[in-house]
Design a binder for this molecule. Structure first.
Ligand SMILES: [Zn+2]
Ligand SMILES: [Zn+2]
Length: 422
């Protein structure tokens, strides 16, 4: 599985900076050549867990009645709040053309029409504008450039007096905003309506790392603790039906900025993919248990840790597609015990590392599927949250887009065997 390296926009930045052809998968793009910026130096690791209870900020006015404020964090489920939050976190840029949700009744498809996302920056633009090669001078996610993003709604460690290594900030170019939420509890059937919800960016390192493998393992675990806490916060709002975390790693996966980050979106409706999975679970509550049993029997199990399993799904869309899920029923990730959160962090590192060995340079996406919030998740018996990791080894072409079916050249049991041995 060679020849997968690509030079995209990020390669252009590298050539500007280094004057030599270097691949995006190498940190040398950002850190090589004797760079002396402060983000390049490895800071001492914290010897203790950074999570501490954070004071709740003073209340503020101007919020919609009955709608929990962004800083209405629920009490920590296990005795630790993972972040600080400031009331200024509610101050986000208001798009002049807020995103709208368009519904196609024939296809049952929804599209977020978000014109302002066309203005979001990419690495090449930022380098060109700043005419500098040091990402510390232009990257909005690097430590020292916090003023280039809205204030954090969560950070780790919690204490503002300490340097952060992960933070969650509102997305300046959201696909959903604090528009009026829907009033009904059905599907998104209005032809066009405001896209109500939350769209955050999870900045996964203070340093300009381009891969999660460059993040310290304990700090990577903190990223997932932070995400879990944020999903719990969104559940407590009451106006959202469902939320997810997703990652676009690399240009082929849709990333515009190289600095390691993922995104978190909360919506006021349950999207079609989740509705379909819920319907399947309602028809067969043993589906997830059988998924794991079948994977074990057919050689598709890739790894296990602390009650989580990683497996190649029975009908993978791409070579080396893997899913991570609990061995026992657990519909909501934000209710996961800390050991499961950390096992998920460890397994994602493991799988991304092995993917880099079996498919060097492959971009990938992942997304979290968990049950809907509150009443929206009534039919979740037997359902389990899961993270689907989809390498972008081949392009989605006309057949895939036109049929919803996929053509994959690598059988899943063979892919699992290669990943186990990588
Ligand atoms: Zn950066
Ligand atoms: Zn799923």
């Amino acid at each position: 599985m060679s020849g997968l390296r690509r030079l995209g926009r990020w390669g252009c930045g590298a050539r500007r900076s280094g004057g030599s052809r270097r691949t995006r998968s190498s940190n040398a793009i950002w850190h090589g050549g004797g760079c002396t910026r402060k983000q390049c130096s490895r800071r001492p690791r914290l010897s203790t867990r950074p999570w501490v209870a954070a004071p709740r900020p003073a209340d503020a006015s101007g919020t919609r009645r009955d709608r929990p404020r962004r800083d209405d964090a629920p009490p920590a489920a296990r005795g630790c709040i993972l972040s600080t939050m400031s009331s200024s976190a509610d101050v986000r840029d208001r798009p002049s053309r807020p995103p709208l949700l368009h519904h196609d009744p024939l296809a049952g498809r929804m599209a977020f029409i978000a014109p302002e996302r066309a203005e979001r920056p990419n690495d090449a633009d930022l380098v060109a504008v700043d005419a500098a090669t040091d990402p510390g001078t232009w990257c909005p996610f690097c430590a020292g450039n916090e003023h280039r993003t809205p204030p954090a709604v969560l950070r780790a460690p919690a204490e503002a007096s300490r340097s952060w290594h992960a933070r969650i900030v509102p997305n300046r170019y959201p696909v959903a905003t604090e528009a009026d939420p829907r009033d009904d509890d059905g599907g998104a059937v209005a032809p066009v309506r405001p896209a109500h919800g939350v769209h955050d960016v999870v900045v996964e390192s203070a340093r300009h790392e381009s891969t999660i493998l460059g993040v310290q393992p304990d700090e990577w675990r903190d990223v997932w603790h932070l995400c879990r806490a944020r999903l719990e916060m969104l559940a407590a709002r009451g106006d959202l039906a469902w939320a997810t975390i997703f990652k676009n790693s690399g240009p082929a996966a849709g990333a515009s900025l190289a600095h390691v980050h993922s995104q978190l979106v909360g919506l006021d409706f349950v999207p079609p993919s989740i509705r379909a999975e819920l319907a399947a679970a309602a028809a067969d509550v043993t589906g997830f248990a059988r998924l794991i049993d079948d994977a074990v029997r057919s050689g598709r199990l890739v790894a296990e840790q602390a009650g989580l399993v990683a497996l190649a799904p029975p009908a993978p869309r791409q070579p080396f597609e893997t899913w991570i899920l609990p061995a026992r029923s657990a519909p909501l990730f934000h209710a996961a015990e800390p050991a499961h959160v950390e096992a998920l962090a460890d397994l994602t590192r493991l799988l991304v590392g092995r993917l880099a060995r079996v498919a060097p340079g492959a971009d990938y996406n992942w997304w979290l599927h968990q049950a809907p919030y509150g009443d929206h998740g009534r039919q979740v018996a037997g359902w389990r949250w899961h993270l689907e990791i989809l390498p972008r080894v081949t392009s989605l072409a006309g057949f895939e887009l036109g049929t919803g079916c996929h053509i994959n050249t690598l059988p899943p049991d063979e892919a699992a065997g290669l990943l186990r041995g990588a």
